[in-house]
Design a protein around this ligand. Structure first.
Ligand code: AMP
Ligand code: MG
Length: 438
């Protein structure tokens, strides 16, 4: 009987899901559309950064030797022969014994070797007509306030390797060395389908026996927060034919399909009825919440095979399943290390709580700052009913999921535990980040 499938560990289940997905193809995108994506090429500087030698201050370009003796008592007066604003207009070369007014980022005129900041002259800061002469009241060393061409990155230097996850600063670096578009791994597309005859759209009036479909919005948000696109998000009832039709459309537009609900031991388990086959299996994982899980590939249509992860319907189970299984799969699709999604932080239980025997518990917890700085944060279950899988109304209070080993049935106050952080909604977390058990 299908329900007798043996229990597997979280890691076994995750690895089997990871085996269903591989890195998506590369595409070329403008910089502004690359945030969070994985770079697919090694970047070498096409331009030196900065691209030309320029001033780091508003002031006067000079030869340092000409102002060597300057002081407040005995200023050195130099005739000002021109203006060098930032931008393409180039002033003529600096003649010995003269100054050129220069702005931050403007090219250093030929013949100049230093900049005297306006504050070290008799001139006012801000907008003013070009003065006929400037009195310099402090000397500057040769090279002072000069940023040399290529001193940040010389042309041809490696800037970042393929595989880099592109954050805002990486996009700036790529732009600065001459790239307007980048070859990146395509952003993963995730389709989400929630199931259940009892589900109503959130906000709609409830008939007897119906509940708001809180999972659909949650799963879409989890995918979006992670950085995936969600081309399809639909709710279906418990009719396998309707589900099958929706899954056909999902397979056309998605790299990965996630369903929730309809996979446990009831008499009307729509996902199971529609999909159970050699290609899609339903299993029991030694975890709580989230024991029933499904995985496989949708086959048979023109756009298939497409991998599918079937999560249980209870909201906390769906949430934990997304964090533990779907995020690593998205990471692999996106060309990142899936195990980067398994990092945990060390916390300490603030109070005692129970955990089921033989199943690893993922308990939603609040984190409280430790009494002494540097010690682990203190974890307290977000609800007196602990990690019960229906407690969706307090899940938003969790900063992390405390991970209780399968053999532990009673967490003691003070016990050290790993915890999966839930950024960006977490407060500051301890710096001590350790990999989860694997
Ligand atoms: P199932 O996994 O379909 O057996 O559902 C398990 C429990 O989760 C039941 O109490 C369902 O009513 C509830 N549930 C299933 N799907 C959702 C959903 N999309 N939103 C909120 N609760 C759900
Ligand atoms: Mg159901």
């Amino acid at each position: 009987m299908a329900h007798a499938s043996p229990t597997r560990t979280v890691e076994e289940h995750r690895d089997e899901i990871l085996a269903l997905v591989s890195t998506l193809p590369a595409v070329t995108l403008p910089l502004a559309r690359c945030l969070g994506l994985t770079l697919h090429e090694d970047l070498v500087a096409r331009l030196p950064a900065p691209p030309f030698t320029n001033s780091s201050m508003d002031g006067f370009a000079v030869r340092a030797a000409d102002v060597a003796g300057a002081s407040a008592e005995r200023p050195v007066e130099l005739p000002v022969t021109g203006d060098q604003p930032a931008g393409p207009a180039a002033a003529s070369a600096l003649a010995p014994g003269t100054a050129i007014r220069i702005m931050t980022g403007a090219p250093l005129p030929d013949g100049a070797d230093a900049v005297v900041p306006v504050e070290q002259t008799d001139q006012p800061r801000g907008a003013a007509p070009l003065p006929p002469a400037v009195r310099v009241v402090e000397p500057v060393a040769a090279g002072a306030y000069v940023r040399h061409r290529g001193e940040g990155v010389p042309v041809g230097a490696p800037v970042m390797p393929a595989g880099t996850r592109l954050g805002p600063a990486a996009l700036a670096a790529a732009g600065a060395v001459g790239y307007g578009e980048l070859s990146v791994v395509r952003r993963p597309r995730l389709a989400v389908v929630s199931t259940g005859d009892e589900l109503a759209a959130p906000g709609d009036a409830l008939g007897g026996g119906t509940i708001p479909d809180s999972n659909l919005a949650m799963l879409v948000a989890l995918a979006t927060e992670w950085g995936a696109d969600v081309p399809l998000a639909e709710r279906v009832g418990d009719d396998p034919e309707v589900l099958d039709a929706v899954l056909s459309r999902a397979a056309e537009v998605a790299d990965l399909v996630v369903t929730c609900g309809g996979i446990s031991a009831g008499a009307f388990e729509v996902v199971r009825q529609a999909l159970e086959s050699p290609e899609v299996r339903f299993v029991q994982v030694a975890m709580q919440p989230g024991k029933p899980q499904g995985l496989g590939v949708l086959t048979g249509g023109p756009h298939r095979p497409v991998p599918v992860v079937a999560l249980p319907g209870n909201p906390v189970s769906s949430f934990v399943g997304f964090r533990v299984y779907v995020r690593p799969a998205l990471a692999r699709l996106a060309g990142r290390d899936p195990l980067g999604e398994t990092l945990t932080v060390q916390v300490r239980a603030a109070e005692a709580w129970r955990s089921p025997s033989g199943r690893r518990q993922y308990a939603p917890v609040r984190l409280e700052a430790p009494e002494r700085p540097g010690e682990p944060y203190l974890a307290r279950p977000t609800h007196r009913l602990g990690s019960a899988s229906h407690l969706v109304g307090s899940l938003h209070l969790a900063h992390a999921l405390a991970v209780v080993p399968a053999e532990v049935t009673q967490v003691e106050a003070g016990q050290a535990l790993p915890a999966v952080p839930l950024p960006p909604w977490s407060p500051e977390l301890p710096d001590q980040v350790v990999p989860a058990p694997r």
